[in-house]
Design a protein around this ligand. Structure first.
Ligand code: ADP
Ligand code: MG
Length: 320
């Protein structure tokens, strides 16, 4: 993961728990990273075969989750967007604006409805074992960049809990995950970054929370400006292949699962304010916060008693 990971765990077995968690994340990269040469996913993405038998439990789980995510958002979230992301230069920082023809050509390879999966269970020496039969067109490449940190955070918490840890804070490149309360039984305070360019880093929002994940997606950390002065960000609309440009500067999701929050922050960001609100009204099992490019703020009603505003927003709307 090209990201900084901080694990703060409190309790008797914190040291060995953190050690096991770090080892787990290292190994996870060898399984689900699209960019790490030689990873299991890298090999699948670059294979000339179209049919695969996958036995790695983490890869099975994240792959199935990503396809469900695509279905739930009608492709706004698109785990096959990798070839287009690569064409824009976001995978190696050699940025360029592709032609419309090139994007359309590559988008044909990103059709997630062409992927077929079948999950089987087989008996092995270690008990029942899952095997995922995967068919993917030869040019289709998976990218779990929008889910990986949330997935890892959920698994890390499972490891910490196994060691009896009841209080922990994870920061995986801006994905925050909280286990329980602080060691002194007070609530955690989580800041949301200021997404404005050249902002003075003043934290505009603080959330008081326990036992949940807070994940933010925004265009402010990875983007480039073309010669004609247009800015393009690293989150693409999975339906079109173009960088998102819908007035949202950052979308934050708060939910009990890190994976769900990671999926949501990316998806709500892509969907735009109106569709994000509709998605929330249809599910209501999470909360979200949007900061728009006019520095207006909107957040869902579940955060009313948990949110503290530390900056002057142009307007504040509570979504019901
Ligand atoms: P972060 O940069 O903090 O990981 P996200 O969780 O929003 O932010 O993930 C962004 C990454 O997801 C991109 O770098 C890219 O690899 C991938 N991605 C970009 N657009 C989409 C999309 N529409 N659907 C799924 N994944 C995407
Ligand atoms: Mg995400």
């Amino acid at each position: 993961m090209d990201t900084i990971m901080t694990i703060k765990a409190f309790g008797k077995n914190a040291a060995p728990a953190i050690e096991e968690a770090e080892l787990y994340v290292e190994n996870l990269e060898n399984t689900i990273s699209a960019v790490k040469e030689g990873s299991r996913l890298f090999i699948i993405n670059n294979s000339i075969n179209e049919n695969f038998s996958i036995t790695e439990p983490d890869l099975i789980d994240i792959l199935l989750y990503s396809l469900e995510a695509a279905e739930k958002t009608d492709g706004a979230f698109n785990p096959l967007i990798y070839s287009v992301t690569k064409e824009w230069g976001f995978t190696n920082s050699l940025y360029k604006v592709p032609s419309d023809e090139k994007i359309n050509e590559l988008m044909a390879q990103c059709d997630f409805t062409k992927v077929k999966v079948q999950l089987n269970s087989e008996k092995s020496d270690e008990g029942q074992k899952s095997i995922l039969k995967l068919y993917k067109p030869v040019n289709a490449s998976f990218d779990f960049g929008a889910l990986g940190k949330g997935f890892a955070a959920d698994r890390i918490l499972e490891i910490l809990k196994k060691y009896g840890i009841e209080s922990a804070l994870l920061d995986l490149g801006g994905n925050i995950q909280l286990l329980g309360k602080k060691p002194d039984s007070s609530l955690w305070k989580v800041g949301i970054k200021n997404p404005l360019p050249d902002s003075n880093q003043k934290i505009p929002i603080a959330l008081t929370l326990s036992d949940c994940a807070v994940v933010t997606s925004g265009g402010y950390e990875r983007y480039f400006t073309s010669e004609d002065g247009r800015t393009f960000i690293h989150i693409l609309d999975g339906r079109t292949g173009y960088p998102v440009n819908n007035g949202i500067l950052s979308a934050s999701a708060v939910s009990s699962s890190g994976l769900y929050a990671d999926f949501l922050s990316t998806s709500l960001f892509v969907l735009g304010k109106a569709e994000a609100l509709e998605y929330w009204r249809n599910h209501k099992d999470f909360d979200f916060i949007l900061i728009m490019d006019d520095f207006s703020l909107s957040y869902t009603s579940g955060l009313k008693d948990k949110i503290q505003l530390l900056d002057d927003f142009s307007s504040v709307e509570i979504l019901e």
